[in-house]
Design a protein around this ligand. Structure first.
Ligand SMILES: [Zn+2]
Length: 416
């Protein structure tokens, strides 16, 4: 069996034939020359129509999947065409190649699939190619996927931000969180009104107008645009963020009080209490339980804030929006009397967003930010993997690639 026979079986393309296969001079690669099929005319790369041949360019090398420890290159002398439609002399279009890239489409798909499982650097190492080529491959596949995806009907979306570099550099991520399909829909630089606006433009009015549920945190630019653009949707505040804010406040109170007690020379009873206080009490072990019980005997701001936080959790057990609302109001009233400023700040913010919080119950608790949180954790893992250069473009591609569930170009052969 000859190499050409195998190639014809797995990677045929119309209008071209494999001519001859040979080793390169250093015997590290196999070079296969490709020629136009007799009688088939070249295709103009501008209008994608057949056109008359004009001249030949220098021979180019296109990288194909490596084979038994040899690099494989397809060698081809590209033609220029004299296109009457475009009134220009243009380089011909090749079916298995994308623009200026030097990888065949089959190899790009192969590399991109591995780049979803490994980091880009590991992919480059495993197939002895460069990080830049892996980048090219992912960029090609993601671009194709974004052009060919169909938004379909989107019922529920979740908006969230993640920090991707020091100095408050954020990305805005929008997910589809329907029961049947959960995927990343859109990535935007920054978390401003202008950047988030990009999502609505990209999806189009028709898709946006059918969205029934939106889940977000309390970031004002998000709230504002959602009010404007998705006025028909039930907007639900992300439960996870409310609890996270409360934990932040508690942490601040504890740190302040610990410092104050130390300065006043009092017993360091709050020492090593951080996780005792931040974890939900039902998640504590036996020993931690005893320590917590011990701690709760003290009349400290930290302890009072902790009890308020724990009491708040009861909110999520309600089913009726009316009763949940009564509970929320009562909790805010108590907290406003607590004289603990960070907790009072939380209460003020909850009062301000009362209706959005209660929308969680109006949506019959069906839309949970847990899904968004899970996706955001995956996004953070994607970012943590080493992608070489942490530019916005790299992160955007990596996120779409791993979470976008994008369609892939079809291939007639499965290169496994
Ligand atoms: Zn043309």
């Amino acid at each position: 069996m000859e190499l050409i026979t195998i190639l014809n079986r797995c990677h045929r393309f119309r209008g071209f034939v494999y001519h001859r296969a040979r080793f390169s001079s250093d015997h590290k690669s196999i070079e296969v020359s490709v020629r136009p099929r007799k009688g088939s005319s070249a295709v103009c790369s501008r209008c994608h129509q057949p056109a008359a041949g004009y001249d030949q360019l220098a021979e180019r090398r296109f990288e194909f999947l490596p084979f038994w420890g040899f690099f494989v290159f397809l060698l081809y002398t590209m033609r220029c065409v004299d296109c009457r439609r475009c009134c220009a002399i243009v380089v011909e279009e090749l079916p298995r190649r994308d623009g200026k890239r030097t990888l065949t489409k089959a190899y790009m798909l192969f590399l991109a699939r591995w780049a979803r499982r490994l980091s880009w650097k590991e992919t480059a190492q495993a197939f002895r190619t460069s990080w830049e080529k892996v980048f090219d491959a992912v960029e090609h596949i993601v671009t194709w996927g974004l052009e060919h995806r169909t938004p379909g009907q989107i019922d529920a979306i979740g908006v969230d931000e993640i920090q991707y570099a020091k100095g408050h550099k954020y990305l805005t991520l929008v997910y589809q969180i329907d029961i049947g399909i959960i995927r990343l829909l859109w990535v935007g630089k920054e978390r401003t009104i202008e950047s988030f606006q990009g999502f609505f433009t990209a999806m189009g009015q028709e898709v946006i107008s059918k969205i029934a549920f939106v889940c977000s945190d309390m970031w004002e630019p998000y709230l504002k645009l959602i009010r404007e653009k998705c006025s028909q949707a039930l907007h639900i505040l992300d439960r996870f963020h409310i609890v996270a804010n409360m934990n932040k406040a508690l942490d601040k109170i504890r740190a302040e009080e610990t410092g104050r007690m130390k300065r006043e020379g009092r017993d360091p009873v709050l020492k090593k209490s951080r996780w005792l206080l931040l974890k939900r009490s039902e998640n504590l072990g036996d020993e931690q339980h005893f320590r917590l019980r011990d701690l709760l005997r003290y009349n400290l701001k930290t302890v009072r804030a902790y009890l308020l936080k724990e009491a708040f959790q009861q909110l999520w057990d309600y089913n009726s929006p009316a009763w949940a609302g009564k509970f929320l109001d009562e909790w805010c009233r108590q907290t406003m009397r607590s004289r603990i400023e960070p907790m009072k700040k939380i209460a003020r913010s909850l009062r301000q967003h009362r209706e959005l919080i209660l929308n969680y119950f109006r949506a019959q608790k069906l839309i949970s930010s847990g899904v968004v949180e899970g996706l955001n954790n995956k996004a953070k893992v994607t970012l943590r993997k080493s992608y070489g250069f942490r530019t916005y473009r790299v992160l955007e591609l990596a996120l779409y690639h791993s979470l976008g569930k994008l369609p892939e170009p079809e291939s007639t052969h499965d290169f496994f």
